[in-house]
Structures are given as C-alpha cells and as structure tokens.
Design a protein around this ligand. Sequence first.
Ligand code: SF4
Ligand code: SF4
Ligand code: F3S
Length: 382
Amino acid sequence: MRPAEFSGACMAQRAAREVGMGQSIWESMEKKGYSRRQFLQFCTAAAAAAGFAKSGVAQVVSAFEKKEKPAVLWMHFQECTCCSESFIRASHPIVADALLDVLSLNYSETLMAASGFQAEKSLSDTIKNNKGKYIVLVEGAVPTKDGGVYCMIGGKTAESILQEVSKDAAAIVAWGSCASNGCVQAAKPNPTHATPIHKLVNKPVINVPGCPPIADVMMAVVTHVLVLGQIPALDNLGRPKEFYGRRVHDTCYRRPNYDAGLFVESWDDENARKGYCLYKMGCKGPVTYNACSVVGWNEGTSSPIRSGHGCIGCSEEGFWDQGPIYSHLATFPGFGIESTADTVGTIVAATTLAGVAAHAVVTNVRKHKVIAEVHAEEEKEQ
Ligand code: SF4
Ligand code: SF4
Ligand code: F3S
C-alpha cells in the first residue's frame, strides 16, 4: 500500500470510529464492557419503551446485534434545556444510560465534552460520513427575524445550521413545544419570529411537544426510530399518535369528579384536599393532547394534575397566549372538546362556573351522589 493510500485509509477508519460507524449496537456495548446479560436487559427495556409486546424483544435483540450504531446530532436553539433535563431523567436507567452511551451522540452542546472547533468538526464529520443515516434531535425554536441573528452558534445562524444538519438526516425529531410549535419564544409579539422546525425544513418532522415532553415518551420515540428505523404513526400535527392521540382529560383519574360536577372552588379548599376536578381552577386537560395522565412523570409517580395543579396545556400550540392560566377560557385554537364540556366552553371564563354547575346538575346528579358518598366513606376511614 502506498503511503498516501495508507494514510487516507487510516484517516477514513479514524473518522469512522469517531462517528461510530461500522459497529453494531451490541459490538459497541461489548467494547464498552457491557455483559451479554446487560445487553439483553437493555433490549428488553428498549422493547418496552417502544411499546413492543414481550414477543418483540427477540426482534429488538436481532436488530441491535446487526444494526449499525446510529449517529445522533442533538441541536440546541432557542430553548431552556429542560427537554434535555427531562430526557436524562427517563425512568428506565439502562435505556437512558445505554441510549446516551450506545447511540453515537456526536453533537450535543449540553452533554458533549468537546467544545469549540473540536465540536464543530464532530458535527461536520458526522454529516459527511453518515449521509442519510444519522438522526437529528432538535431542542428549541429558530428565530428568522433580521437574518436569524438572535440565535447564533459558532458564527452561524440557527436557521443555517438547521438546514445543514437536516439535509441528509434519516429522521428529524422536534423535542418539546419550542421546536414543535415555538412555545414561549413565539408568544405574542414573538419579537424574534421564533419558528418551529417543521416550518423550516422540507422533510417530515416528528413533533414531541410538551414543556418539557415526558421523558419516557422521548425515550419511546428515539427507541422506535432506532429499533424499527421508521417514523412512528403521526397525527395531522406530526405528533406520535400513540402518545398524543388522547386528551389529558380522557384518562385523568379526577375525571369521575368532573363528570359528577365535583370541583375544586379555590386553592387549598376542602374540595382540593378531596382531589376533586380542577376544571374551575383553569385546568386545560379537556383541550390538551398528551399522555401525562397515563405515562406520568418521575417514573410514573406523578403529573401536574396528580400534584394538585391543573394542566396548563403545555403541549398545545400557542398555550402561552390563551389567557390566564387559572381561568378556563372559551376557546383553544384547533381543538374541540366533547359536547357537554363544549357547552361549558362556549361561555367565557366569567360564566364558566354557572355552565359547569348546569352541566353537572343536569347530567350527573346520580354520579355526584355516589362519588360524594365514596369520598365521605374515605374520610370516615381516615
Ligand atoms: Fe424548555 Fe419547554 Fe422549550 Fe423544552 S419546550 S426547551 S422545557 S421551554
Ligand atoms: Fe382532570 Fe382537568 Fe379533566 Fe378535571 S378538567 S378531569 S382535573 S383533566
Ligand atoms: Fe403539560 Fe398538561 Fe401534561 S401542563 S405536562 S400537558 S398535564
């Protein structure tokens, strides 16, 4: 081999190693000292996170034994970094650790050790050496006003970086409400023209809204893309149907209280202590599509509603501009609510209480009685 060829081959191999090419996920884990048992545990947890039945574990094992370790770029634009915080607190530690370790997380301003030119080189090498194969995860909106000067990294605008990384990406995921719909940066008057990712790239984007999104949902989306190599089924807003197909209200454990017309009337009143419905305190659960009531936070131990606060609709577009958080307003753009609550919802906040009361009295007198009895029983037992 001539020296030039030798050095070219060496450089190519080195670049490949640096960007995690040519190794299967299992090979990569084995090299890092994971045992076969840990690998199988990881596969089981990954299968569960992706929503596979037990029978799907073998499919995951087989895929991870053969599948080349995918390279991942995690971009940060206009955001607060809590989406990253949420992700690294996923309730499957082995999935969280192994995914961060197993995936070639080649660029992440929050989590990578490299900085400056070294970090920029990792970004450009990943794009160059993994064309059509790498995954882009984006946290944050992109400002487009005044040539994009309101968010610049390494002398480049966020918009130009986004175009550069998305051009040859296999999949693009928009983490959180900032990247999915603009969130707080895009709140009126949106001074920087903060824009969600899907409006700027000419490719399908998986939107995972929420401020932040639920860690286990993020994990499931990454695993789905990684294991199946496919984009999960999305709704018309680009959100995975599996997690955004139902309203928070549909599976809320306080729902029987709503149906029975049992509401918290003021913070810390007796009804709050009894766990009544938070609708009158401004809960936006009836118009919010997210999995908080089912998946939950902190290993499924809680959610905003379970800790006594109404849902503020953090996964819905424009939620910052929907008026006071503690009043239930008449409309929430783009989404309808069921006919009974709709009747309530067509009346502005000032008349909400009367509407709710009418709904409760007319339709749920019986349930009210039954649930009130249950609460009375519970109190007696305490
Ligand atoms: Fe932070 Fe919310 Fe934006 Fe995530 S969506 S980066 S939590 S502001
Ligand atoms: Fe739960 Fe809120 Fe619906 Fe009440 S209004 S049942 S607290 S989601
Ligand atoms: Fe957000 Fe409502 Fe869930 S505020 S975290 S969508 S309960």
